[in-house]
Design a protein around this ligand. Structure first.
Ligand code: SAH
Ligand code: AVI
Length: 343
């Protein structure tokens, strides 16, 4: 993965050759740009303006996210790692998974705890990291191939909002464990979350497993700090979406004309993440033949990060056809990891 300070080396991963990298592509570079065009047009012409969070993650965005996970205020990754460290062996013993699929896998760093535990159980045959960011998933797969000789590592580039239904083609022989870590589920709105759980349940067979990492409701002070780190990495991450639009849609966004705004809303139990225009100005999006006007102070939503309560998650997963096998939190009860079985 490139250094965050060196700028973007690989435009959206488009200049990497997926076949040379041994990556299965469900979302080609052409598909990616077509989807970006459609979603950017919809979001930039909507009131209020909004962009889906998947567009943060080109190579630079993925590196910036990794840097966020190391910031002192961003407790989520450390807490989830603590839970995985304490319970990976039990997860491996319980599931006896032969295939591990990881959705939104990024660097798959924490996943090594699961891979080690499943290797100790001698059940695991195949690991399938799945991510929208080709450089991230290719890099993770290359490093895992070095460290887990004998494990069949099948990296997939895809959009988990669109392509979860294509997974069953490859899911044969023994129980499958699908892991969705990091509280990426929090970046879905209510409708997306419901659709995602049902699509996932649809591709799993009864007896397959789902492991979900979800951040929990807590004091506003801590959540505001986690999404406004003192080093300003989250600011760069949020503004990275503007660079992606400039590069891939030939837009003219000026990062200096926007402020990062992130605040926990205790009513809706989510962190609302936006870019706020510092002054009235127009942005040309040449790839869409569009001129977009921003009023002074106008906010464009770039992400939500929902915080969960146990009861709400249990209801949603039961409704989708899962039964709960385990529920764990870290010692500080900041973060949850739960294991579900397809009924
Ligand atoms: N699971 C890792 C990374 C979380 S960051 C962790 O826990 O640290 C979110 C990851 O989801 C990124 O790697 C991003 O590229 C990926 N992602 C975001 N939207 C996606 C989408 N629609 N489809 C597939 N992957 C997506
Ligand atoms: C990937 N996702 C769960 C992160 C989150 O906490 O919602 C993305 C992020 N956005 C700002 N900081 C981190």
């Amino acid at each position: 993965m490139g250094q965050v300070t060196t700028g973007t080396v690989v435009p959206g991963g488009g200049e990497l050759d997926p076949s040379a990298l041994d990556v299965e592509v469900l979302l080609t570079e052409a598909d990616r740009v077509a989807l970006l065009r459609a979603e950017a047009r919809r979001g930039l012409t909507a009131t209020p303006k909004q962009l889906p969070p998947k567009w943060f993650y080109d190579e630079r965005g993925s590196a910036l996210f990794e840097s966020i996970t190391r910031q002192p205020e961003y407790y989520l990754t450390r807490r989830e790692r603590e839970i995985l460290g304490a319970h990976a062996a039990e997860i491996a013993r319980t599931t006896q998974a032969t295939t591990l699929v990881e959705l939104g896998s990024g660097s798959s760093e924490k996943t090594r705890l699961l891979l080690d535990a499943l290797r100790d159980e001698s059940s695991l045959r195949r690991f399938m990291p799945f991510d929208v960011c080709l450089p991230a998933v290719a890099d993770a797969a290359a490093s895992l191939r070095r460290d887990y000789a004998g494990l069949d590592i099948k990296a997939v580039v895809g959009d988990f909002n669109e392509h979860v239904r294509f997974l069953p083609r490859t899911l044969t022989g023994g129980p499958v464990l699908v892991a969705f870590l990091g509280s990426t589920i929090g970046n879905f709105d209510d409708g997306e979350r419901t659709r995602f759980f049902s699509a996932l349940r649809f591709v799993l067979r009864p007896g397959d497993w789902f492991l979900l990492g979800a951040d929990l409701v807590k004091a506003k002070r801590r959540l505001d700090a986690a999404y406004n780190d003192a080093a300003g990495v989250t600011v760069m991450f949020n503004k990275n979406v503007l660079r992606v639009l400039n590069r891939d849609l030939r837009a003219s966004f000026d990062e200096e004309l926007f402020d990062h705004v992130a605040a926990y809303d205790p009513e809706r139990e989510l962190v609302d993440i936006r870019l706020r225009a510092r002054a009235a100005h127009d942005v040309k999006v040449r790839g869409l033949g569009l001129t977009v006007h921003f009023a002074a102070g106008e906010e464009m939503r770039t992400e939500i990060s929902v915080k969960f309560r146990r009861a709400g998650l249990e209801r949603a997963l039961r409704d989708a056809g899962f039964s709960r096998a385990r529920w764990w939190t870290d010692r500080a009860r900041d973060f949850s990891l739960s294991l579900w079985r397809a009924k």
